[in-house]
Ligand binder design. Structure first.
Ligand code: GLA
Length: 398
């Protein structure tokens, strides 16, 4: 079982005891993720291939003994805790009216999880939740799904909800969509709940059937570099929702429930039926779904060394057809490839965040240096570069 970073566990526990004057009932943690391939396919009922990363969010959680049914959340990234009555959560997350939730965004993740659990009919009882995390925020590495996963795992145990991992991922997604108001798919929450060491999660986002696919990156003498451009993104605003709307338009023009139901062979007909922008959005999703299937096949038959071209094709499709890359991401990908990476692509929702590069283990330093030099030459801020290995999903730490 992958251990959370000890410092993160200590930070969560200390925050809890400072807040409450007592020890938590336990520590629960959940990881961030990178997506190997399959971007924006999740909300099109398509395929994705993410894996959980070693960076985790830890929630120290304890039942309250005052019997008042209140929930208090604190985090190391906010000065003040937030405390509300469980019975007020419906008022705080007025999804029907579209108002902004009446709590800071970071607090909407754990409180949204409590709200979503109660929407299933669970009553719950008062709890204190203290959160610490080493998942970089705003880097496209699913720091929010990590908070949701840690909070959902804790409340599942303390409220005796007895939900399985897929159900907990749905709870996290519901919190994200309806409480926070980000119209995302379910990939991040599934990756955070289902991650396993050395494996990627091949997920059918229509059936939510998940298969673990051994990636064999280390065995092949390779490493995955994350290049966090430090260009911050947010999916509750702007481009993400627009892309989603284009996909829904494309599906309705094609007369299908979701773009999952359009194949590469259908693309010439799609091009005749729709405007150029909608067509290019559709072409990204349709070809990206196929690339996920091809990547799984290549991993199984030839191994990690052979997936580089698929990663590059995915990036080009996001840059030119889906138009969600930014100059920093393109620079990261181009510089990594020029320095010998086998493949590279932006990962996550886009408009900022991180790229990944598949590199020889003994080229980690030289590729990193080349990317740093390219950023400096372009006048971009220094990126944050580190390696990741596929890691365990959510669990109770203590
Ligand atoms: C974000 C969303 C996911 C997914 C990706 C793009 O991470 O949270 O649901 O849509 O973007 O693949």
């Amino acid at each position: 079982m992958a251990e959370s970073n000890h410092a993160t566990q200590v930070a969560a526990r200390t925050l809890f005891t400072d807040l409450t004057g007592r020890e938590p009932d336990g520590l629960w943690s959940a990881p961030g993720r990178v997506n190997l391939i399959g971007e924006h396919t999740d909300y099109n009922d398509g395929f994705v291939l993410p894996f959980a990363i070693p960076h985790r969010t830890v929630a120290a959680v304890g039942r309250r003994e005052d019997g008042k049914g209140r929930v208090r959340v604190a985090s190391t990234f906010a000065a003040e805790p937030v405390e509300v009555a469980l019975d007020d959560l419906d008022e705080i997350f007025p999804t029907a009216t579209g108002r902004e939730p009446a709590v800071p965004e970071w607090a909407a993740y754990p409180l949204g999880v409590a709200w979503a659990l109660r929407q299933t009919g669970l009553v719950g009882s008062g709890v204190d939740i203290a959160i610490a995390s080493d998942v970089p925020v705003g880097a496209g590495l699913s720091s929010s799904a990590a908070i949701e996963g840690a909070a959902a795992s804790a409340l599942n145990d303390l409220w005796n909800a007895d939900l399985d991992r897929t159900a907990l991922a749905r709870i996290g997604r519901r919190a994200e969509n309806e409480a926070v108001g980000a119209p995302t798919g379910i990939m991040d929450q599934m990756a955070s709940m289902l991650g396993e060491p050395d494996a990627a999660i091949f997920l059918d986002c229509r059936s939510l059937e998940a298969q673990l696919v051994p990636v064999g990156i280390a065995e092949a003498g390779l490493a995955i570099l994350v290049i966090d451009t430090r260009v911050k993104h947010a999916h509750s605003t702007g481009g993400y929702g627009e892309r989603r709307a284009s996909c829904e338009l494309g599906a309705s023009i094609m007369g299908v429930a979701a773009l999952r139901d359009v194949s590469v062979d259908d693309l010439p007909r799609a091009q005749e039926l729709m405007d150029d922008i909608t067509f290019r959005r559709v072409r990204h999703i349709v070809t990206e779904n196929q690339r996920v299937l091809d990547t799984v096949e290549v991993l199984r038959t030839e191994g990690a060394r052979a997936i580089g071209d698929l990663l590059v094709a995915s990036h080009v499709s996001m840059r030119d057809d889906f138009e969600i890359s930014v100059p920093e991401l393109d620079t990261a990908v181009e510089a990594a490839l020029a320095a010998g990476a086998l493949g590279a692509r932006m990962t996550g929702g886009g408009f900022g965040g991180a790229a990944i590069a598949l590199v020889e283990q003994d080229a980690v330093a030289s590729v990193s240096d080349a990317v740093n030099a390219a950023f400096a030459a372009s006048g971009f801020s220094e990126p944050h570069i580190f390696t990741v290995t596929p890691s365990a999903g959510a669990h109770r730490d203590a």
